[in-house]
Design a protein. Structure first.
Length: 133
């Protein structure tokens, strides 16, 4: 697979820590939900939390460890499958764009770049970190 362009790589690197934080927030919410299940014993809740942590430990490694330009597109698609871009109410991208089939990688990269840089270019935010994803 081809590496993504330098400009796309820079966007990915800026989004990477934000998305990692969002992923961790989702995991912590799930752990809190498990811990609050009063119909289970402490031991059952402990085991459920332990299993949840193990599951997400493997997944977080696949999604966020060792980001490289050669694998950034695949990581970005996997991250997108976890709904990290659409988690918040009123999310910038939520319910605003129609779906289209994107069969060519260069076109997909251009779409990703356009979508993520659009608020920056429009002057809605000064830096990508300020973007409410």
């Amino acid at each position: 697979m081809k590496e993504i362009r330098e400009a796309d790589w820079k966007v990915f690197r800026k989004l990477h820590p934000i998305l990692l934080d969002r992923y961790c927030q989702k995991v912590l919410r799930e752990i809190n939900r498990i811990g609050a299940e009063e119909n289970k014993s402490d031991h059952e809740r402990y085991l459920a939390v332990y299993q949840e942590v193990q599951k997400h430990d493997r997944e977080i490694g696949l999604l966020f460890n060792n980001p490289r330009r050669s694998s950034a597109l695949m990581q970005l698609m996997a991250i997108n499958d976890r709904d990290l871009f659409t988690e918040d109410t009123g999310h910038l991208f939520q319910n605003r764009y129609k779906s289209i089939v994107c069969e060519e990688e260069p076109y997909l990269l251009e779409l990703i770049r356009y979508i993520h840089l659009n608020p920056l270019r429009a002057g809605l935010v000064k830096e990508l970190e300020n973007l409410d994803l």
